[in-house]
Design a protein around this ligand. Structure first.
Ligand SMILES: NC(=O)c1ccc(NCc2cccc(O)c2)nc1
Length: 246
């Protein structure tokens, strides 16, 4: 997948190119990430990328011209066919379904704004979609862009080894993840559930599914509204409801 990130702080993206799963995706060629700085496309002595807002008010707004030149360059870098996304609190909130759909795109251009935001004419004419990673304001779009890239790159075949299959990821099947344990069996007097210590894989699978359903029911019941339940899941949910303290 080819991604071009537009930001006045391109170095921030080292956080995903130099570490972990996304870092390996870059070194193995599954992900190509270009960082493009709008300052490159300024022509004044101070390399100005922002200016005061019309209508007054606090803060600054990112100027259209340097951003549009950066978007132009970015689209070319990702090979011409690109979805241009601006990360902002005004966007559609990112979820796993959107992540899986974005992973199918041939190229992504991710626009990270700073200051109070971006001149609206850039959003109107150049941006295909605004995406938010949640209902809160950040100092810039870069961290949101990195969250999006990390989630999307996990969907690319070959990025996660067999041991970490994205299919097993919680949210991949619309449920919260089950509890996980590792050695020692007893830690500060708290023991690992017996079912996990035996080798009955079918019993373990069922226990884990029931745990995921129970957690989802308790912590995020609305996720269950949107989800088709298998016969087994319906049975397990009935068991959970019967076991719930009144
Ligand atoms: N929740 C988010 O995804 C998110 C994204 C960006 C951001 N700040 C930068 C910014 C702020 C306003 C407009 C704009 O285009 C960019 N804050 C939160």
């Amino acid at each position: 997948m080819r991604v071009a990130a537009i930001s006045i702080f391109p170095e921030m993206f080292r956080a995903i190119t130099d570490y972990g799963v996304s870092g390996r995706a870059v070194s193995e060629g599954h992900l190509v990430l270009d960082c493009i700085n709008p300052r490159t496309f300024t022509h004044d002595r101070h390399r100005t990328v922002d200016d005061r807002p019309y209508g007054g008010g606090p803060g600054m707004v990112m100027k259209a011209e340097p951003l549009e030149a950066a978007i132009d360059e970015a689209v070319e870098r990702v090979g011409g066919e690109a979805k241009v996304i601006c990360l902002s609190p005004q966007g559609r909130v990112l979820d796993q379904a959107m992540v899986e759909s974005l992973a199918e795109e041939p190229g992504l251009v991710l626009l990270s704004g700073r200051y109070e935001g971006i001149d609206e004419r850039v959003l109107e004419s150049w941006v295909d979609e605004e995406i938010s990673i949640g209902d809160y304001v950040l100092s810039g779009g870069e961290l949101a862009a990195m969250v999006l890239v990390d989630a999307v790159v996990r969907q690319i075949p070959g990025v996660l080894g067999h041991s970490q299959s994205a299919v097993e990821d919680s949210f991949a099947d619309g449920l919260l993840d089950c509890p996980h344990y590792t050695r020692p069996e007893a830690h500060r007097g708290s023991r690992v559930p017996e079912v996990l210590l035996g080798g009955d894989h079918e019993r373990i699978r069922r226990w884990r599914l029931k745990q995921s359903l129970q957690r989802t029911l308790i912590r995020r019941p609305e996720l269950l509204q949107e989800r088709e339940l298998t016969a087994e899941e319906q049975r397990l949910l009935a068991e959970i409801e019967n076991e719930r303290p009144d």
